[in-house]
Design a protein around this ligand. Structure first.
Ligand SMILES: *[C@@H]1O[C@H](CO)[C@@H](O)[C@H](O)[C@H]1NC(C)=O
Length: 449
């Protein structure tokens, strides 16, 4: 069966492409074609999120995926990168090996981590449809858009007074992929914010009468400019260019002049050196799990919070309360806890770690119940046994968080009693006495994280 597919594919590709170009995607395809080197430059170093398909041209599932993947690439144009690498090509094999590829196709979502060139890489295991892929990738586009309330708008405008700002006034509570991608293009060049229509003072301040409205504040005391074109990426970028150029996200190399090739070679060599632990050794995927950071899962609703951490049978949970908008501190704590999470996932026993954005329902209530007033807080909580502990250090380095986790593990340090009303009963939980005396259940249900 496989043999036959292989022969058929070979015959077809030889007929169609006499110059031994056996890849699945043609030159005009919207899918970016990678090799081990360009992966680093185009994907790992990018500020944008990407999805990368690792494939072999003879693989039937890869061929089946091709139309959906190209459709996803079209739909994600300007929002995220869609790329593919032929792992059957000899020169790509070491790279595919270093990424731990064991079957085809393998899809990985790659997005910028805290450090340039050290992206967060996750397997995509959702449906192999264009919409499945698009939804998953869109949900992984980093959010650098500040959500602004009436209270926060002045501080936002005053920070770095010379720096241009752009604000979208909208009826929506969520931040669109388009706005997130614009904030990424203009990282450190234009601060991008979003204001909801219910923020009356902010809306009035800018004289906004319809939603959505997009306003550019050039900085240096200049008058705000309201955008009146269509809300599409191309036109919005054109509008924003009057105050600054977007970051130079590397595009796939086209011109092949000797000079250019040499420059990019030197750059690649430098980049490869800087991020050597991500891609260099074939052994890295097996021996060094930290090479691929597994970000802690986010609790996205009150129901998820209760289900994982607050019902009366819940085991110890570690929860990072973080502000909904991106900040250095937010990135730091998520990165620290994710590094530990990654380490523990590869070990045997671990606590489940979660992040909880401040705008998720139930977050504020829980913080209030526990008397937590920091924008960023880290706690361990055991609803079943009725205790919780607070991480007090405030430093949030990996080392400091790890020592705290160790004290939690060892049962050291101050345990606080969970106040009434925090733990929710599961309807089926009627025999509380029995639960109390049960031996602690294995935490293995979380090992799949
Ligand atoms: C990524 O963003 C930074 C600003 O945070 C910028 O200096 C850099 O040029 C961007 N990189 C690319 C490849 O666009």
């Amino acid at each position: 069966m496989h043999q036959q597919t292989l022969l058929a594919t070979l015959a077809a590709s030889l007929a169609a492409l006499p110059f031994a170009q056996a890849g699945l995607y043609s030159k005009s395809s919207p899918v970016i074609q990678l090799d081990g080197k360009s992966y680093d430059r185009l994907i790992a170093q990018s500020n944008h999120t990407s999805i990368v398909e690792f494939y072999a041209p003879w693989c039937g599932h890869c061929k089946n995926l091709q139309p959906a993947y190209e459709k996803a690439a079209k739909n994600l144009q300007g929002l995220a990168k869609v790329a593919a690498i032929d792992c059957d090509d000899e020169s790509n094999k070491p790279f595919c090996g270093s990424m731990g590829i064991q079957g085809f196709p393998t899809l990985k979502i790659v997005r910028p981590g805290k450090k340039a060139g050290r992206p967060v890489v996750e397997d995509y295991q959702g449906p192999r449809t264009a919409s499945g892929i698009v939804d998953a990738v869109v949900s992984k586009i980093n959010n650098h858009v500040a959500k602004l309330t009436d209270k926060e708008i002045d501080a936002f405008l005053e920070t770095d007074g010379e720096k241009p700002k752009a604000i979208l006034f909208t009826e929506k509570g969520t931040t669109s992929a388009l706005l997130r991608s614009i904030a990424i293009d203009y990282l450190d060049v234009i601060s991008v914010g979003q204001v909801r229509n219910k923020e009356k003072a902010a809306v009035e301040k800018f004289g906004i009468s319809s939603f959505p409205s997009f306003v550019l504040i050039p900085g240096g005391g200049k008058e705000p400019i309201t955008y009146d074109g269509e809300l599409n990426k191309k036109d919005l970028l054109e509008f924003l260019k009057q105050v600054g150029s977007p970051n130079p996200d590397p595009a796939p190399a086209k011109a092949k002049s000797g000079k250019k090739a040499a420059t990019s070679k030197a750059k690649e060599a430098k980049e490869a050196k800087e991020s050597s632990s991500t891609t260099s050794s074939e052994a890295s995927s097996a021996a060094a799990p930290e090479a691929t950071l597994i970000e802690i899962p986010a609790l996205k609703s009150k129901a998820e919070l209760e289900e994982h951490c607050l019902h009366s049978k819940a085991q110890t949970c570690v929860i990072a309360f973080v502000p909904a908008s991106t900040s250095e501190m937010r990135n730091k704590i998520i990165s620290s806890v994710s590094q530990l999470h990654t380490k523990y996932v590869h070990g045997k026993r671990h606590f489940p770690f979660f992040s909880l954005d401040s705008d998720v329902e139930g977050s504020a209530t829980l913080k209030e119940a526990l008397g937590l007033d920091g924008k960023i807080e880290l706690i361990a909580l055991n609803a079943r046994r009725g205790w919780w502990r607070r991480y007090e250090d405030g430093e949030f380095s990996v080392h400091s968080v790890e020592s705290w986790i160790d004290t939690v593990r060892m049962g050291e340090g101050e345990k606080k009693k969970l106040p009434k009303g925090v733990v929710v009963e599961k309807p089926e939980t009627t025999e509380e006495a029995k639960i109390e005396t049960e031996a602690p259940a294995a935490e293995s249900e979380h090992d799949e994280l």
